[in-house]
Design a protein around this ligand. Structure first.
Ligand code: XMP
Length: 512
């Protein structure tokens, strides 16, 4: 590997990819590899630096992930984080103890060695974010404590001569006030990185890798028209052109005119084969009588599965299967260490009778904002790159209760007004996602001289970088007022509009 690489050695912590992403944000390429990777393989990657991630265990447990001690003798700088810090101490015969109480959350940290390269430009007192029970009670020979907190005598330690550094807290989370500075110090002061990695390097490398991997075979991709599958499609199309076929299943659960927009965009902008299947009737039939959110998600998922794979089965005999899975999908579906929150059907399961040469997920390690950067670099139109995420089950999870063609029509109209009004106001980019929801509540109103008893529409709008946490958007009142007026005046069967002011957590972005 010729480019500057930081290896993030994964010991099972929930922030492993976040560490890599923070490093990439600082223009240094980072790759997460499992702790089971042999030392020779790791050394052959010629990393500029190595980061040990956190992990859920105590280093003294036999079942805990360990690594050969020789990694600390490669002469490559190492930064241990949380469990990784304890592991470094353990490898060099320090002592790790079990604290009676866990230290969790924001903690004040005091710097003991202001000249530490790792802690350069950080005030003597700052806030860091801790999440641990074990702690380093005796640092190994040759190490010195460089920072501490009230309950943690060794919040940071180092052996400067050997370029070994550790922090008990999590510099990768934004709650650690100077976390970014610490990672920056590690990369540039200690590993002496040049920081010349950019998203276009990602594209060149990915396109080259895809070409090699795909060869002269075909690739089929399920295109939803969202940012992720679009960027994946653009990348693959750049690599192999018409060897790629995108299959777009119109479930009848998209926003107003969206199916046509998707078709037009992809047939005019890309070099690929494009298949559109209009399947609204089938989906509505399948959703009849269903009201439970998970039942609805399941039904939509199953129907999609059937329709999509029938097309694939009919048209493709072999080749690769591609999808636009991004990193947050992956962990939110319960594949990582996070608990399963909702059934996302981005990761499409495959029927046993269909055989592929392999699955291609070129965006698997990227976060949403990184995907958008790739899209921009690929020259995709702004409208597409900045398209809001849209859930796989579409309006099906924005209509509470039974989904019917009539209720979809109401929601599509209300949502179209919302989209239009926000676009006109220039406020669009201030929010990561905004949409209308039909909660299935009827309320009394008065229009003209008449009593009305009609549907309530809720507006949901959030700001977020990565969709793992989100805040409700502080939309100006006058804009909210215009949205409400227009929806009530222009959309039949709606007589009231409310605004959702719940963050995630405790709410999720979608209502179901
Ligand atoms: P939640 O509701 O989980 O949403 O906070 C986080 C982000 O994911 C989108 N979302 C989905 N995307 N398939 C998707 O592709 C799904 O099943 C799904 N459910 C939610 C949601 O719109 C938001 O951007």
């Amino acid at each position: 590997m010729s480019k500057e690489t930081i290896i993030v050695l994964d010991f099972g912590g929930q922030y492993n990819q976040l560490i890599a992403r923070r490093v990439r944000d600082l223009s240094v390429y980072a790759e997460v590899i499992p702790y089971t990777t042999p030392l020779e393989e790791l050394a052959a990657m010629q990393p500029k630096g190595i980061i040990f991630t956190g992990g859920p265990n105590s280093v003294y447990l036999e079942s805990s992930p360990h690594y050969t001690k020789e990694i600390l003798d490669l002469g490559v700088p190492v930064l241990g984080i949380c469990y990784g810090a304890q592991l470094m101490a353990y490898m060099r015969d320090g002592v790790i103890s079990h604290a009676p109480v866990s230290e969790y959350g924001h903690v004040e940290m005091n710097i003991a060695k202001p000249s530490s390269r790792l802690l350069k430009d950080i005030p003597e007192m700052s806030v860091c974010w801790m999440s641990h029970t074990d702690y380093i009670s005796e640092v190994p020979a040759g190490f010195e404590v460089t920072a501490s907190t009230a309950n943690c005598p060794c919040a940071a330690m180092e052996n400067e001569a050997q370029k070994l550094y550790s922090v008990q807290f999590h510099p990768e989370v934004t709650h650690s006030e100077y976390g970014r500075q610490i990672l920056k110090n590690f990369l540039f002061e200690i590993c002496c990185c040049a920081g010349d990695w950019k998203m276009d390097s990602f594209i060149d490398e990915t396109v080259a890798r895809l070409r090699e991997e795909i060869g002269d075979k075909n690739v089929v991709l399920g295109l939803s028209g969202g940012v992720d599958s679009s960027v994946a499609a653009a990348l693959i199309s750049r690599a192999v052109g018409r060897q790629l076929t995108c299959v777009f299943v119109d479930q009848g659960l998209m926003r107003k005119n969206e199916g046509d927009f998707v078709e037009k965009t992809f047939t005019s902008l890309f070099d690929m084969n494009f298949i559109r299947k209009n399947a609204a009737e089938q989906f509505y039939f399948r959703l009849k009588g269903l009201t439970d959110p998970e039942d609805k998600r399941k039904a939509i998922g199953e129907e999609f599965y059937r329709v999509f794979w029938d097309i694939v089965r009919e048209k493709f005999s072999d080749g690769y299967f591609a999808q636009g899975t991004i990193y947050p999908d992956y962990i939110e579906s319960g594949n990582g260490h996070a608990d399963k929150i909702k059934t996302h059907h981005n990761e499409v399961k495959k029927p046993a009778d269909i055989k592929f040469l392999g699955v291609i997920e070129p965006l698997r390690l990227l976060f949403k904002d990184e995907v958008r950067k790739v899209g921009e670099q690929l020259g995709l139109p702004e409208e597409l790159v900045w398209r809001q995420p849209f859930p796989g089950p579409g309006l099906g999870v924005r209509i509470i209760g039974e989904v019917t063609a009539e209720r979809i029509a109401i929601l599509q109209e209300a949502d179209a007004v919302l989209q239009d009004e926000v676009k006109r106001s220039g406020y669009e980019r201030e929010m990561a996602q905004f949409f209308a929801v039909l909660p299935g509540v009827k309320t009394v109103g008065v229009m003209g001289d008449h009593r009305t008893y009609d549907e309530l529409v809720a507006i949901r709008a959030v700001t977020t970088d990565d969709f793992m946490t989100a805040d409700w958007a502080k939309i100006p009142y006058d804009l909210l007022g215009r949205i409400s007026d227009r929806i009530i005046n222009e959309v039949d069967h709606v007589n009231r509009v409310v605004y959702d002011i719940t963050s995630k957590p405790p709410g999720t972005v979608e209502w179901e």
